[in-house]
Design a protein around this ligand. Structure first.
Ligand SMILES: Cc1ncc(C[n+]2csc(CCOP(=O)(O)OP(=O)(O)O)c2C)c(N)n1
Ligand SMILES: [Mg+2]
Length: 514
């Protein structure tokens, strides 16, 4: 058995089932090992950002790491933006990077890069393997670290991949245990017992069903409001699931909301700050006079931590959710006529099936959708900060949950970063419907100009306008093997969306927004 086979065998034993990869010469022993040690599903991505985005989507839906296998520093560089998203999402992800042979590394051959420095920007754990003898242990350590909710990067020189070595015991990564600091729960409970107006801000796995239900119990007992970090990695939504209000993007609205509270309890969320440092605004959204308590628990332990706090407060065991309409499904009426962004959101909320996974990278087009979907049937919403994650994230979610329909509500400019992932959808026959919000523009940048009172000149306009030439989404999609149509009325969108959701395999609908 060689080092590469030991790595794959160890990963399999740890329960890793999928590897998203774009390999090269320095990974070929690992590529061969997928055949020599069967059991893992290797999935080719044609750009590394698609592999890392897919691994992120997979990890968010399963709480288990997918493996990525990337080629040297350039391959890792191409994948870093979506590894950044995975880091922000606290996604477990086992990131394997092939490296030059150990004796070749110092010679600065053309593809040599400082992989360790690159990896350090996104990895919670990283190691460069120094012998095939330690590959099993390195793999176990990497996967155990990933299971803590982070990207763990193992850099493996090719000579250690191909070296034959005597049988090694293949060990299994230990299961992570919940880390919950009971004192922090008591401090937060003490704040919640006072008469102060308090917001409980939820993030990470506090936004799963169990976490939200415990938070609703706390709210019922103490009167606190439930808020959510601005762009949560994964939140369970829909009828019967308590709603946590998203902290708004724009600073005036965020400050307006947060300044109402005398106290804030943070459960899985960092202290809120503005998305950018905007002129005329401070970056911190909370102020010195507000009492801030952190629940100290790891991501996995958050739902239990909230349940413990609800019990400590003597909260009722079961509560109705706070929204008046949240106990029954309310579907909005289907609009008619020319299609706008608002209409697109209404139609999606009206038609999304129960148990759907919605990957939301709609940027400026999604405003109408989010509040309406709170009373759609139960579903999962995935979001994140750095753009270019939507199409690949949908791939990973669909691989993770093959029986659930995946809908990617996708802005056009952001879609262009990782559109090769459409080819993965066709190749793997994934049940994904991509709704392209075709406004032929970087609208958010125009909005930011308007907010700053700047009139974009002709050069600035060329940098925010995508209309010349128009992006041919139907041709692009069909060229990648995904059937596609273009729609510009509400009626046709509703018809095509129903059809796409009823047919197996991927579909793309270009929504020309007026
Ligand atoms: C990696 C990266 N590059 C550039 C940007 C800057 N940026 C933010 S949103 C955006 C595009 C927005 O356009 P689109 O996806 O079409 O959404 P719209 O604003 O039209 O709703 C860009 C280029 C970014 N956030 N991340
Ligand atoms: Mg756009």
């Amino acid at each position: 058995m060689n080092g590469a086979e030991i790595l794959i065998k160890t990963a399999l034993k740890a329960g890793i089932e999928v590897c998203f990869t774009n390999p090269g010469t320095t990974e070929l022993p690992l590529v061969s090992a997928f055949d020599a040690v069967p059991g893992m599903r290797p999935i080719l991505g044609l750009f590394e950002g698609c592999c890392t985005g897919a691994a992120d989507g997979y990890g968010r839906m399963t709480d288990q790491p997918a493996m990525t296998l990337l080629h040297l520093g350039p391959g890792l560089s191409n994948g870093i933006a979506n590894l950044h998203n995975a880091r922000r999402a606290r996604t477990p992800l086992f990131n394997v990077i092939g490296e030059h042979a150990s004796w070749h590394r110092p010679l600065d051959a053309p593809l040599t890069m400082d992989i360790e420095t690159l990896a350090s920007t996104v990895s919670g754990w990283q190691r460069t393997n120094t012998s095939s003898q330690t590959l099993s242990k390195d793999t176990v350590d990497a996967i155990a670290a990933a299971l803590q909710g982070q990207v763990s990067t193992l850099i493996v020189p090719i000579d250690y991949q191909w070296t034959e070595c005597p049988d090694q015991p293949i060990i299994r990564s230990p299961d992570p245990t919940d880390l919950i600091d009971a004192d922090s729960i008591e401090r937060a409970a003490a704040l919640l017992r006072t008469d102060s107006k308090v917001a409980l801000i939820l993030g990470g796995r506090a936004l799963r069903k169990r976490g939200l239900k415990a938070a609703a119990r706390i709210s019922a007992k103490t009167g606190c409001d439930l808020l959510s970090e601005r762009a949560p990695a994964r939140v369970e939504r829909g009828v019967g699931i308590p709603v946590a209000k998203f902290i708004p993007y724009f600073p005036s609205q965020a400050l307006d909301l947060l300044s109402r509270y005398q106290g804030v309890v943070l459960a899985g969320a960092a202290e809120p700050v503005t998305f950018f440092g905007w002129q005329g605004y401070q970056s911190r959204l909370l102020n010195e006079s507000q009492h801030i308590c952190h629940i100290n628990a790891d991501d996995k332990g958050l739902p239990t931590a909230l349940e413990n706090m609800a019990d400590a407060l003597g909260a009722p065991a079961k509560v109705n959710t706070s929204l008046p309409h949240a106990l029954q499904v309310v579907r909005p009426d289907l609009p008619q006529g020319t299609l706008t962004a608002k209409h697109a959101g209404i139609i999606l909320a009206a038609l999304q099936p129960e148990n759907a996974i919605i990957v939301n990278e709609s940027i400026t087009s999604g405003g109408a959708y989010l509040p309406l979907a709170a009373s759609s049937p139960p579903h999962t919403l995935l979001m994140l900060p750095a753009i270019g994650y939507g199409i690949p994230c949908a791939v990973g979610a669909a691989i993770a949950c093959p029986l659930r329909p995946v809908i990617n509500f996708q802005a056009d400019g952001s879609a262009m970063y990782t559109l090769q992932a459409l080819w993965m959808q066709a190749r793997e026959s994934l049940n994904i419907t991509t709704l392209i919000c075709s406004n032929r523009s970087y609208d958010i940048l125009k909005l930011e100009f308007a907010r700053a009172g700047v009139t974009p000149g002709p050069s600035a306009q060329t940098l925010t306008d995508l209309a010349n030439p128009e992006i041919g989404w139907v041709q692009i999609s069909k060229g990648m093997g995904v059937p596609a149509v273009k729609v510009d009325t509400c009626e046709v969108l509703a018809k095509e969306l129903k059809k796409a959701l009823n047919e197996p395999g991927p579909h793309l609908i270009e929504m020309c927004l007026g």
